[in-house]
Design a protein around this ligand. Structure first.
Ligand code: BES
Ligand code: MG
Ligand code: ZN
Length: 495
């Protein structure tokens, strides 16, 4: 992952001969008069394109222009900002991502950005702009040999007369966390093993002054981690139970708990998955990746509160000792679980994570992230994560910060009666629900059994939002890093 140099300059500080000059235009406002005065030639070209309808300044629409007598830059790229009445900061996140992608396609290393002819970008816009640049220029090239010497964007200059540098830097830091989560997802399961996740946690813990504890397979029995132990039995790759403690707020500050599913490869186990698309199950650790991404931003910006993170990490495989349908496991809180499908493994490792974190820590809120159910993809597609809760106020907070960050969540019901769907005849509960009905909610109802009474908790199912087959402006195809921007916005609102 490479992140460029970002600086803010005022209009009169800009040297001539920039590689590329990006500017945004609303579809309903024409060309700003200032621009017309300073770049008459370019303005004329854009006017022509607008008049004949080839360029309408629709959101993310681009027009590359060259002008012999404009000394400011070698090329100008006009990008549509869409309808000004619909404008939100996310438009800017998208448009700056589109800008970054265009620059990469042109193999240019430096760009200058001006948006809407505005001299004063507000803080929220500036953060979104930085996020769009980093997230839109994200590429994962670690395993592909290339003759190409071009290595991506190196310098970005944002034109503004206001003090937006802190907001830009904050946006850069948050998106670096998103990029880390994406990288962890993109690495294949033979590289991004549970040990790799634990090593990543160690690096983060060192920079962020966090306490790190990692439990190994040998510890699971005495710790009572029967869920992770059961799932890990079928794999020779060492599982890890990772705990990070960030105490940035001291004793009186609020404490946030995070749990992430770190399932580095889900074959389905004995209830094996079909082979088509099974490669995508390297992404089954994206919940854990989101948590590590968040902790890496925390290590960087050091917020004024306490955060505990738990990532149970293992493969779900079919080795000789693999757990089997009909087996009964005992989770950390003593509840017994009848296994009816070894492919419903995520909830088993999360059970230990949730029970452990709520037993050991006094939390003001707990969020878990998991690529948990295929059913959530059917329900919500790839745009929203599905959330379930035992505390409506806490869910409302997540919905609000989801809108704000555009890392969106949609709530599903979790009434007590859903507990019926997970009743087992011979154990406390079973790991499947009512057949094909409400599969996402059954998983939520299952997890609720492991959250200690009184802890406000939200479960976030990112099986749909976690990765994309078709990219969007600031989400290239592949892992999105869902959850990182969401929780960073929550942390901001808690500080
Ligand atoms: N990791 C999968 C969920 C998943 C499926 C994520 C497709 C993304 C895309 C999870 O472990 C799983 O297999 N869930 C089962 C549960 C079922 C057996 C009750 C599912 O959703 O089919
Ligand atoms: Mg599974
Ligand atoms: Zn899974």
């Amino acid at each position: 992952m490479s992140i460029f140099n970002l600086s803010v300059k005022s209009y009169n500080e800009l040297p001539e001969e920039q590689d590329a000059y990006i500017f945004g235009l609303f579809s309903d406002q024409g060309i700003p008069s200032e621009f017309k005065e300073s770049h008459p030639n370019l303005a004329q070209q854009i006017e022509l394109a607008l008049d004949n309808g080839e360029f309408k300044a629709k959101l993310n629409q681009t027009l590359v222009l060259y002008s012999a007598n404009c000394k400011i830059a070698k090329r100008f790229i006009a990008i549509g900002l869409g309808d000004s009445s619909k404008y939100t900061a996310d438009f800017l996140r998208q448009v700056s991502a589109t800008a970054a992608k265009n620059i990469i396609d042109l193999k240019i290393t430096a760009l200058t950005i001006e948006f809407m002819g505005e001299k004063y970008l507000n803080i929220e816009d500036a953060q979104a702009l930085a996020e769009g640049l980093v997230l839109g220029s994200y590429r994962f090239l670690n395993y592909k040999k290339s003759e190409d010497e071009y290595t991506g964007i190196e310098t970005v200059t944002v034109l503004s007369d206001s003090d937006i540098a802190p907001a830009l830097n904050y946006g850069m830091s948050v998106s670096a966390g998103v990029a880390l989560a994406r990288d962890l997802g993109n690495h294949p399961s033979n590289i991004a093993t549970p040990t790799y996740l634990a090593d990543t946690a160690e690096t983060i813990a060192k920079t962020g002054n966090m306490k790190l504890t990692v439990y190994e397979r040998e510890d699971f029995e005495k710790m009572g981690f029967g869920g992770v132990q059961g799932v890990a039995q079928g794999s020779d790759v060492p599982p890890k139970f990772i705990i990070m403690e960030y105490m940035g707020g001291g004793d009186d500050a609020k404490t946030l708990g995070l749990v992430g599913k770190g399932l580095t490869f889900d074959s389905g186990g004995i209830s094996i998955k079909p082979s088509a698309g099974m490669d995508e199950m390297k992404f089954d650790m994206l919940g854990g990746a989101a948590v590590l991404g968040i902790m890496s931003v925390v290590a960087d910006i050091k917020p004024n509160l306490n955060i505990i993170a738990v990532v149970p990490a293992t493969e779900n495989m079919n080795g000789g000792e693999a757990y089997k349908p009909g087996d009964i496991l005992t989770a950390y809180n003593g509840k017994t679980i009848e296994i009816l499908n070894t492919d419903a493994e995520g909830r088993l490792i999360l059970a230990d994570g949730l029970a452990y974190i709520t037993d050991k820590f006094e939390l003001d809120g707990l969020v878990d992230f998991a690529t948990l159910t295929g059913a959530v993809v059917v329900a919500l597609g790839h745009r929203y994560s599905g959330i379930m809760t035992n505390n409506q106020d806490f869910a409302d907070q997540l919905i609000t910060v989801g809108e704000k960050s555009q890392d969106r969540v949609w709530q599903m019901p979790l009434d007590d009666e859903y507990a019926e769907d997970i009743k087992s005849k011979i154990a406390d509960i079973k790991n499947t629900g009512a057949g094909r009905e409400a599969g996402t909610i059954a998983a939520g109802a299952f997890l609720r059994e492991f959250v200690k009474e009184g802890t406000a908790w939200c479960h976030v199912d990112i099986a749909g939002s976690g990765w994309l087959k078709k990219g969007r402006p600031y989400h290239p195809e592949g892992p999105t890093g869902a959850g990182v921007r969401l929780i960073m916005e929550l942390i901001k609102s808690w500080e």
